[in-house]
Design a protein around this ligand. Structure first.
Ligand code: GAR
Length: 217
């Protein structure tokens, strides 16, 4: 029996690409519902570009500094995605805000991972924000991208305890381990059509177990 056709995914990065690597690794499984067909970076010096090329994935930079406007950069990105037949866009440490038109063009077909338990701590320096707020649980969120920053419908989350003596780096180290586990799973759910965006909410195909709980003590 042949496997269903895999969803063609592009991963967009700006930096080292450790989440990208976790998704590329997961996508090697024959039954993974997505294939990573393209990696794009807005920064030519992003370390993740070489890591993607090593994995045999077409990878290139579209340098945002060479474009006169946000819209013209987004148009170049959009053209590259369409040319490669991309069906789903996966933001993995892509540190650039899109124009509303680009987000609307990819609505329901673009996901992001954010290093906090949204809706808490949007934007940058999320680990500092969590320590400042004194929360005892922190974590990461995979969500659909909407025009408002870090505000899209939530697909999946993972939580970690905040420990006495944590600093932003130790907390980031604990969260990124969970990012690497969560993102491949969440992407598989989306790529296989089990968590589509409908009327501004995620329409989950299957109920999840209710037993799991993470306590900070
Ligand atoms: C990750 O922690 C990701 O959640 C975060 O950037 C890091 C990228 O690391 N993304 C954001 O802050 C997006 N607003 P990586 O390049 O090693 O995957």
């Amino acid at each position: 029996m042949s496997l269903p056709k895999k969803t063609r995914v592009a991963i967009l990065i700006s930096g080292r690409g450790s989440n990208m690597v976790s998704v590329i690794e997961a996508a090697k499984a024959p039954d993974y519902p997505a294939e990573i067909a393209l990696v794009l970076s807005n920064r030519p010096d992003a370390g993740g570009l070489a890591r993607a090329a090593e994995a045999g994935i077409p990878a290139r930079a579209i340098d945002h500094t060479l474009f006169a406007s946000r819209e013209s950069f987004d148009a170049a990105l959009d053209a590259a995605l369409r040319e490669a037949g991309i069906e789903l866009v996966c933001l993995a440490g892509f540190m650039r805000i899109f124009s509303a038109g680009f987000v609307e063009a990819w609505a329901g077909r673009m996901v992001n991972i954010h290093p906090s338990l949204l809706p808490l701590f949007r934007g940058t320096h999320t680990h500092e924000q969590a320590l400042q707020a004194g929360v005892r649980l922190h974590g990461c969120t995979v969500h659909y991208v909407v025009p408002e920053l870090d505000a899209g419908p939530i697909i999946a989350q993972a939580a970690v305890p905040v420990l006495t003596g944590d600093d932003p780096d130790s907390l980031a180290d604990r969260v990124i381990v969970q990012e690497h586990k969560l993102y491949p799973k969440a992407l598989a759910l989306v790529a296989s059509g089990q968590a589509p965006l409908k009327n501004g909410r995620v329409d989950f195909a299957a109920a999840q177990g209710a037993k799991g709980a993470l306590h900070s003590l």
